[in-house]
Write a protein that binds this ligand. Structure first.
Ligand code: AKB
Length: 319
């Protein structure tokens, strides 16, 4: 049985991944950690306060619980990263380096997500290949490419079992994202039900890859469970399930919420980032090397998001 540590368990992916991993491996085998207490997670399994920019406590927790796999989910996202590039570099890279160093010392595997943000304006935009030009123009992207290279370095040089996927925008009905360029695709669902209107910060015709959270969670587990003999790549795999523009998403939501009113007030920082990212990734390497196969598409994701969020508003959990 695996002994897993989730670092950054209070974030958008971390909070749901912790529950997902606990369902698979058992509550006691998944230690959640964050820089501050996370009440929802603390109650159903072990929890530790870890500032991932400091390696001592990380090493202590890995030793204390006999951890063999670290999911390092600490990151400042793309739009926030552009507001404070050095903070993004310091947090994103020190959490990664500390995870890799501790993993090297204690023989752990490491998962650190990369992103569509690892690509840049020179990358082929449609059907972006697994192996291609990676010259990002954001600090977030610089961190992601550096993270991919460092993770591969630790694998080749020290034998640390590092693996990763390049996440698109993740759409979830549980924890809201914060500071990302793709956040609009989550916020719209809440506003569709709350107020019936939404002001979109991304231009109506900007394509970006997106993914429903259940597929993202499966990817995190499947890539770490994959047979290492079949892995040609490691850091990091393109994964994809849907690609759409704001216009396409709103048209789909309007099938269920016909009175939804959408206006545009484009945020120049977010739009510049979106313009530098691919329209859609080619995920054939992930499919061939570890059987990646997403289950959700735009139609099924939209229906489910509106159902779950609608129920939360009805029950008074959301206002
Ligand atoms: C962001 O928008 O910064 C993230 C990402 C695509 O990595 N959601």
């Amino acid at each position: 049985m695996k002994k897993i540590l989730v670092v950054g368990a209070g974030g958008q992916i971390g909070s749901e991944l912790t529950s997902h991993l606990r369902n698979i491996y058992g509550n006691d085998n998944v230690v959640a950690s964050d820089i501050r207490p996370v009440d929802t997670i603390k109650s159903d399994g072990p929890f530790e306060i870890i500032d991932a920019t400091e390696s001592l406590k990380l090493a202590y927790v890995v030793q204390k619980y006999n951890i063999d796999t670290i999911y390092n989910l600490v990151a400042l996202l793309s739009a926030t990263g552009e507001k404070n590039p050095m903070l993004a570099w310091n947090i994103n890279m020190s959490a990664l380096i500390n995870s890799l160093e501790v993993a090297k010392m204690y023989g752990c595997a490491v998962f650190t997500p990369s992103s569509i943000g690892a690509f840049g304006p020179d990358t082929p935009k449609d059907g972006t290949p697994q192996d291609t030009i990676m010259r990002p123009t954001t600090m977030y992207g610089v961190c992601k490419v550096s993270g991919e290279l460092m993770s591969d370095y630790y694998f080749h040089r020290f034998g640390v079992d590092t693996r990763s996927v390049r996440f698109p925008g993740i759409i979830s009905n549980n924890t809201l994202p914060g500071g990302g360029t793709t956040d609009y695709a989550v916020e719209i669902f809440y506003e569709a039900i709350r107020s019936g209107s939404f002001v979109c910060p991304i231009a109506s015709d900007s394509y970006m890859d997106m993914m429903y959270m259940p597929d993202a969670l499966n990817a995190c587990v499947q890539v770490m469970e994959a047979d290492p003999k079949k892995l040609i790549h490691r850091n990091s795999f393109n994964i994809a399930s849907m690609s759409f523009t704001p216009d396409i998403l709103f048209a789909e939501i309007k099938k269920h919420v016909p009175n939804l009113a959408v206006t545009y007030n484009v945020d120049p920082i977010k739009q510049a980032i979106a313009n530098s990212w691919p329209n859609s990734l080619d995920d054939s390497a992930a499919r061939a090397e570890w059987g990646w196969k997403p289950e959700s598409n735009l139609e099924s994701m939209t229906k489910d998001m509106l159902k779950v969020i609608g129920e939360k508003f009805k029950a008074g959990i959301l206002k």
